[in-house]
Design a protein around this ligand. Structure first.
Ligand SMILES: [Zn+2]
Length: 204
């Protein structure tokens, strides 16, 4: 199975008068994040990690910051585009891990809700998404939220490949051959001679 890894990083500055959007949820906080879109630093980092895993560029390739169409846009749109790029390249998500770096608000009480929302947006199970947070100790960056994200992805097995595999096995005899080949390759069990399942005398 072919696997790939992608990495994403983003940062946004705090700004008064806008809602704080993180992981597709709105948090109760006096300030939000400045940005051309809704400033969702977590979704932006995941978007870049997914695009990076299939070498499809980055968020700015698809959504230039100056484009008025993305002014105050819901960052779920960016994530959706990255998912489409991933699927077009023939890959699916194995898991996502993220670390937010911010002085406030505390993330642990709401990490569960954020994980559920991100898993929903990515169409994966909850245990495939991890969201962690740290305070920016010693960085003098209390006015900034940063996020790092990694995405592991795997190639999706083509339905056509499965179909052709099933077409190969047309008879009981062939099935036995396939099983014996597998056994002999895995366990070194020598192949036995398979007797015909019909009596050759009966064939006229
Ligand atoms: Zn951003």
């Amino acid at each position: 199975m072919e696997t790939r890894i992608g990495f994403g990083y983003d940062s946004h500055e705090f700004k008064a008068g806008v809602p704080l959007r993180l992981g597709g949820t709105t948090l109760d906080h006096p300030e939000g994040l400045a940005g051309h879109s809704d400033g969702d630093v977590l979704l932006h980092a995941i978007t870049d990690a997914l695009l990076g895993a299939v070498a499809a560029g980055d968020i700015g390739t698809f959504f230039p910051p100056g484009d008025p169409r993305w002014k105050d846009a819901d960052s779920a749109i960016f994530l959706n585009l990255a998912l489409e790029e991933l699927q077009n390249a023939g890959f699916q998500i194995v898991n996502i891990d993220t670390t937010l770096i911010l002085a406030a608000p505390k993330i642990s009480p709401i990490a569960g809700e954020m994980r559920a929302r991100v898993a929903d947006l990515l169409c994966v199970d909850l245990d495939q998404v991890s969201i962690k947070a740290k305070t920016p100790e010693g960085l003098n960056l209390d006015r900034v939220v940063q996020c790092h994200a990694v995405a592991l992805v795997e190639r999706v097995q083509e339905p056509e490949e499965l179909k052709s595999m099933s077409e190969v096995i047309e008879s009981q005899r062939q099935l036995e051959d396939v099983v014996e080949d597998l056994l002999s390759s895995v366990h070194g069990i020598p192949k036995r001679r398979v007797e015909p399942i019909y009596d050759t005398e009966d064939i006229t």
